[in-house]
Design a binder for this molecule. Sequence first.
Ligand code: EPU
Length: 421
Amino acid sequence: MLGKDKMLIMGGKPLMGEITVSGGKNTAVAVIPATLLSDEPSTIENLPDIEDVHALIEILNHLGVKTEYVPDQYLRVYPATLRDCNVPFDFTKRLRASYYLLGALLGRGGRAEVAYPGGCEIGSRPIDQHLKGFVALGATIEDRGGLVCARADRLTGADVFFDMVTVGATVNVMLAAARAQGTTVIYNAAKEPHIVDLANFLNSMGARIKGAGTDIIRITGRPSLHGTTYTVIPDQIETGTLMIAAAATRGDVTIHGCIPTHMESLTAKLLEMGVRVTQSDDSIRVRPQYEQRAVNIKTQVYPGFPTDLQQPMTALLCMANGTSTVCETIFEQRFKHLDELRRMGARIKLVDRTVLIEGVHEMYGAPVTVTDLRAGAALVVAGLMAKGITEIYETGYIDRGYERIEDKLCSLGADIRRETL
Ligand code: EPU
């Protein structure tokens, strides 16, 4: 998929109008494997039509599970036909979240063999906390030729204390514990909105999960779960990317169908920059102010500033008035977009994990290459605010996590097209 086309952005056009955000990627990739915890069919609505979702559906089909997918409407999963628990690297290399098959298959049948995941290269991404959680629940783990083999005759609820706040391990232990015998308590759990959404999804299947959204989650295992129909929450990061793109082009954009409370850390920073942001129950409007001021940002776990918006925000700050700093505390190598932004005229220096950005008056289009999903979002933002044409290569990374991004931006007045290579 990667490298199949290039994106051409004719920059300098203010985004104007109204747009509706898609369903959340990081909820989608947790909820789809979670359907395997029941024998009964489940229906998921509001899934984003993105490559990560397509890859997970192919994995389910590979495992013998029947699916019915109508993009932008629903995915129906029929898990009763599951006949395999082995997911080879050919599948897992396509997305990081393939590791949720470990928790889901272990929780369902006590056996999972899943190749180590691929996904975006944004620094070392170990899964020791996931495995530690499975072991606490009574599983044995064996590392066999690139496969993680997890087995348990019976999973038993236990206390799991994570060494750091980790979204992935919190999800995986919730999946494995949902049908374990007894109660599991996760300490130092992640609090991201998609953790709460996964808990709501599992509870709608009959699970008993309390405390999601706080740092202690209690899961009382149930012998079986039933099928459900569920609508996933809107994508926090797509919403943020659109807010940043609106600010970057000095546009006036109203984003509908979002959850403004999930966006507080970004909204606060945009207001600090001088961008006008107003909100209602489920929409956010971003309008320009004459001057955009430099700000300092540090990525943190939710409700702090999300690492997934660090790269697009860095692009926006390239043209703010003054010197900004952006400190990345979650992924040590999430800086591969910086060289590309420099090609477009940005004045940026990286010192340890902090980007120093000296705002410039003008950026200009250049050929640039995407190295990971959110680097792609950063280059789209930069392309929208630059003069001239930006040619973006390796657009497949963007399609992993954004649903038809160019269609959405063009509906707001951007000039973007794709050319097949
Ligand atoms: N970590 C460990 N050991 C573990 C797990 C994590 O050391 O067993 C470390 C990581 O190396 C990292 C930190 O803990 O330094 C946090 O990692 P986390 O587990 O929270 O991240 P993740 O589950 O790999 C998910 C999202 C990412 C998002 C992060 C942080 C999915 C599929 N991925 O990754 O999303 O950046 O949480 O919020 O949900 C993206 O959407 O572009 C993306 C990369």
